[in-house]
Design a protein around this ligand. Structure first.
Ligand SMILES: [Fe+2]
Ligand SMILES: [Fe+2]
Length: 150
């Protein structure tokens, strides 16, 4: 059975910390999708959704800290995109916690489109900024302790 999203180089943004988390995020989305396709019970699907929701929110926190630490200029727009998905995922996650969520193909397709678009556009811009910043950092000038006055 085909996964929901195929992980590969086309989705890598070049920052190992973020790429590893995206790989894990997509693995969780695929797990839920395949369980849904296999018509696993609601309890299993709801637990998988809770895992995916928790991981998503944790991953967003990682990126948001990275933006703040690095003074990313487009942070507000990126935070905003996260906030919108967080709201949706938290609402559905709340239902899932009480085993009341119906995991549908529509929800999975929405997640697939949202994740691929966000990673390929928004996250990629963040990674490019951080990579450029790392490459552009000049070597730290050594501190000169000995001052010779002649
Ligand atoms: Fe992001
Ligand atoms: Fe991301």
């Amino acid at each position: 059975m085909n996964p929901l999203i195929v992980w590969g180089d086309q989705l890598k943004v070049g920052l190992p910390l973020i790429d590893n988390q995206h790989e894990q995020l997509i693995a969780l989305a695929n797990l839920l999708y395949l369980a849904m396709k296999a018509q696993r019970g609601r309890e299993v699907l709801n637990q998988l959704f809770v895992d995916l929701a928790n991981y998503t929110i944790w991953h967003f926190d990682t990126e948001e800290n990275l933006m703040l630490e690095n003074g990313f200029p487009n942070a507000a727009a990126h935070f905003h995109e996260h906030a919108e998905l967080k709201r949706t995922v938290s609402e559905l996650g709340e239902k899932a916690k009480h085993k009341q969520l119906e995991v549908t193909l529509e929800t999975m397709n929405f997640l697939r489109d949202w994740l691929s678009h966000h990673i390929n556009h928004t996250d990629r811009r963040l990674a490019e900024f951080i990579i450029a910043k790392q490459e552009g950092t000049p070597a730290k000038r050594p501190e000169l302790r000995l001052v010779v006055n002649k």
